[in-house]
Design a binder for this molecule. Structure first.
Ligand code: SAM
Length: 290
């Protein structure tokens, strides 16, 4: 941190904006947008509509993926003379599948304060209504545009045991679900959250096969913006009928002993079946070597 920063009140505010419904902005976000010296926006014309709706007039600076490096230097220069800046994206929380990472890292590196003004985020909104386990989850962001690369990602995520989440657009949702059906199987549970907070908000829950069929039979279901949430894979221990504590013991013993010794001892400790534990150990080893 340099000395100038120590005495500076300048702050970069990362301000979440609505993902559809314009009412979904916090009063703190509005106050911050009113008070900063400049608003850095992913698309200034898009943000102008929001500011207009809020009755805010402020100088704006375009800050998107193609000019973020140059803009970061300019924003730091502004902060050096005590100015505060708000970063907004077109929708939701900046940096979440949106520009801003380089700017935040640079401003922090330069020693200035960066403060979050939290609010809407499509993946969190979708997870909160999905009915899928939400204690742990993984956010994949946007999938690759090409089918081969997309299938590879699905393959890599297929054994993940917690809910995972992707962003998808209207022109690829059907292809993506078809790839999902191929790689994960038509029976895997998913939830498709479409147009959240907007007029045509829908939350479809079912198997990949059922949801794909619904999309193919109703063209309206392919329109808009999507969050797709995938139910995590069944744990290997559940597939082999092993209870959770025995699976844990087995995992620890396998680090030190042969599979045969580990399953023998785990059976004695847990009262579980030696053969089932041995098979579970085998599937763990197979998964490790994949
Ligand atoms: N920063 C945003 C956030 O906090 O969620 C995400 C921006 S990313 C460029 C846009 C993607 O987010 C869309 O393609 C869609 O997958 C998802 N998304 C944004 N708004 C949504 C909405 N209202 N309903 C469903 N998905 C949405």
């Amino acid at each position: 941190m340099n000395d100038a920063c120590l005495y500076s009140d300048a702050c970069l505010y990362i301000v979440a904006t609505p993902i559809g419904n314009l009412e979904d902005i916090t009063s703190r976000a509005v106050k911050i947008l009113q008070s900063v010296d400049v608003i850095a926006a992913e698309d200034t014309r898009h943000t102008a509509r929001l500011l207009n709706h809020l009755g805010i007039r402020k100088p704006m600076l375009a800050c998107h993926e193609h000019n973020e490096r140059d803009r970061s230097a300019q924003i730091i220069a502004k902060m050096a003379v005590g100015e505060s800046v708000a970063l907004v994206s077109d929708a939701g929380t900046p940096l979440i599948s949106d520009p801003g990472y380089f700017l935040v890292a640079s401003v922090r590196e330069a020693g200035y304060r960066v403060a979050p003004i939290p609010g809407a985020c499509a993946l969190i909104a979708a997870l909160s209504v999905s009915g899928l386990p939400s204690d742990r989850f993984f956010f994949e962001g946007f999938l690759p545009a090409k089918s081969v690369a997309r299938r590879k990602r699905f393959q890599a995520l297929s054994g993940f045991e917690h809910t995972w989440i992707v962003y998808e657009s209207s022109h690829r949702i059907e292809e993506s679900l078809s790839d999902m059906a191929e790689v994960l199987g038509v029976e895997r549970g998913i939830v498709i959250a479409r147009e959240l907070t907007k007029l045509f908000e829908t939350v479809l829950a079912g198997t990949v096969g059922e949801c794909l069929e619904r999309l193919q039979s109703d063209a309206n279901q392919k329109k808009g913006e999507f969050v797709v949430l995938v139910r995590g894979a069944q744990p290997l221990s559940a597939l082999d009928g092993i209870d959770e504590s025995a699976a844990r013991v087995m995992g620890v013993l396998m680090e030190e002993l042969s599979l045969k010794q580990a399953s023998h001892l785990t059976a004695r400790i847990s009262g579980g079946k030696k053969k089932a534990l041995y098979d579970y150990g085998l599937s763990l080893k197979r998964k490790e070597s994949e």
